[in-house]
Design a protein around this ligand. Structure first.
Ligand code: 13P
Length: 250
C-alpha cells in the first residue's frame, strides 16, 4: 500500500485564538482541498475549537498536543480523550520530547496514553527521538527502538491504521540543525523494521521526520523512501512556510 505523505504542524505554546484562526484559515484556503497529502494542524488546547471551525469542510484535520489517559477524574489541569472527542478532535500528539524532557513523561506513561487514544478512536502521533549525548555515544538506534517498543506495547495490528510515528531527534528541534536526509532515513528504516518486529504492518504506518523542517529542506527529506512526512514546529506558524512544506516537491 502506498503511504500518503502527511505534513503536520505542532504549534506548541504559541498564539492567540485570533492567530490560530488566521493561520488555519490561510492554510485551509491554500491546501485545504488537497487529497494527495494529509495535513494536520496541532494548535494549543485554547485554540482547538477555533481551528476546527476554520478548517471545517476541508481535508485538514486537527490534533491536540497532549492528553491524559483517563476519561475523567481529579486531575487538575489535564484534558481527557473523551473531552477531545467531544470537541471533534481526531488526532493527538503523544510523547513529544518536550513532554518527556520538560515534564518528565516516561515511556510507561506515554504507552498508557497511546492505548487510551486508540481505545477512544483517536489517531496517536507517537514521537520518539534521541538526545545529542545519546547520538554521540552511538546509542541512537538503541534509544529509538526502546522508545518505539515501549510506546507501542499492547498495540494490535488492527489498530495500526490509527498510529503515526514521528522521529524527532532532540538536537534538531528548534535548533536550525536539521538531520541530513541520510541520518533521518537510517533511523526511519529502523523504526519501520521495529514496528514489523512487533507484529504491526510497518509498511502501512506513516513515519514523519521532525526537527528544523523548513521550506528549503523539506524536498530533500521527502525523497527518502522511509520518510513519509514531516512534523513541523516553528515553520508551521507561518501560512506561507507551512503551505510550501505541504507543497513539497517530489
Ligand atoms: P521545529 O520545527 O521548530 O524544530 O520543531 C520540531 C518539533 O518539535 C515538532 O514537533
Amino acid at each position: 500500500m502506498a503511504r500518503k505523505p502527511i505534513l503536520a504542524g505542532n504549534w506548541k505554546m504559541h498564539g492567540s485564538v485570533a492567530d490560530a484562526k488566521a493561520l488555519a484559515s490561510g492554510l485551509a484556503a491554500n491546501v485545504g482541498k488537497r487529497d494527495d497529502r494529509g495535513v494536520i494542524l496541532g494548535p494549543p488546547f485554547t485554540a482547538l475549537a477555533t481551528t476546527l471551525e476554520a478548517v471545517r469542510g476541508t481535508n485538514i484535520v486537527v490534533a491536540a498536543q497532549n492528553m491524559h489517559f483517563e476519561e475523567k477524574g481529579a486531575f487538575t489541569g489535564e484534558i481527557s480523550p473523551t473531552m477531545l472527542q467531544d470537541l471533534g478532535i481526531t488526532h493527538v500528539i503523544l510523547g513529544h520530547s518536550e513532554r518527556r524532557e520538560v515534564f518528565g513523561e516516561t515511556d510507561e506513561l506515554i504507552n498508557k496514553k497511546v492505548g487510551s487514544a486508540l481505545a477512544h478512536d483517536l489517531t496517536a502521533i507517537l514521537c520518539v527521538g534521541e538526545t545529542l549525548e545519546q547520538r554521540d555515544a552511538g546509542d541512537t538506534i538503541k534509544v529509538i527502538k526502546g522508545q518505539v517498543e515501549a510506546g507501542l506495547t499492547g498495540v494490535t495490528a488492527a489498530q495500526a491504521s490509527k498510529i503515526i510515528l514521528a522521529y524527532e531527534p532532540v538536537w534538531a528541534i528548534g535548533t536550525g540543525r536539521v538531520a541530513t536526509p541520510e541520518q533521518a532515513q537510517e533511523v526511519h528504516a529502523e523504526i519501520r523494521a521495529c514496528a514489523n518486529g512487533l507484529g504491526l504492518p510497518g509498511d502501512d504506518i506513516a513515519i514523519l521526520y521532525g526537527g528544523s523542517v523548513k521550506p528549503d529542506n523539506v524536498d530533500g527529506l521527502m525523497t527518502c523512501p522511509d520518510i513519509d512526512g514531516a512534523l513541523v514546529g516553528g515553520a508551521s506558524l507561518k501560512v506561507e512556510d507551512f503551505t510550501r512544506i505541504v507543497e513539497f516537491q517530489e
